[in-house]
Design a protein around this ligand. Structure first.
Ligand code: 5GP
Ligand code: ZN
Length: 128
């Protein structure tokens, strides 16, 4: 699903919905959250992969992800997170504007959370 800046859902997010921002990065709530406070951190620049960014932009995306993670921990007492990047369509990326998912996790939100992001390939997740 190729997306230009003109049709990209993230490039058109209303700045009023940004929960944090800097010159190079923006954070906002995921529109179809899998957990309460599920947040996306994106570069300001429309690129498909985080690895299309220069190193200073990548650093700013991760700095903002860190800020979001600490804020969610401090404000809501969240103690665990899945922090994830779907980098490329075969890896599950559906919006081709690079983004980091910050997904809060709480005890009991799944029967057995062991493995976390290993469950992107369910048949191989369980090694224990
Ligand atoms: P991906 O599958 O590309 O890693 O994740 C894309 C994410 O973008 C999904 O979690 C989806 O819920 C979120 N999303 C898709 N469209 C919109 C939108 O228009 N607004 C917001 N806030 N999130 C969106
Ligand atoms: Zn975009």
């Amino acid at each position: 699903m190729a997306e230009s800046r003109d049709t990209c859902p993230f490039c058109s997010i209303d700045p009023k919905r940004w929960i944090a921002s800097s010159d190079a990065a923006i954070a906002f709530l995921d529109g179809f959250p899998i957990a309460e406070h599920h947040t996306l951190v994106i570069p300001q620049r429309h690129v498909a992969s985080l690895f299309d960014l220069d190193v200073s932009e990548q650093a700013e995306v991760w700095r903002l992800a860190s800020e979001v993670r600490h804020r969610l921990a401090d404000e809501f007492g969240i103690e665990a997170f899945n922090i994830g990047v779907n980098d490329g369509v075969p890896a599950g990326q559906t919006v081709l504007h690079a983004h980091v998912h910050v997904i809060p996790r709480v005890t009991g939100d799944s029967d057995d959370p062991r493995g976390g992001i290993r469950w992107v390939i369910p048949d191989k997740a369980r090694y224990w």
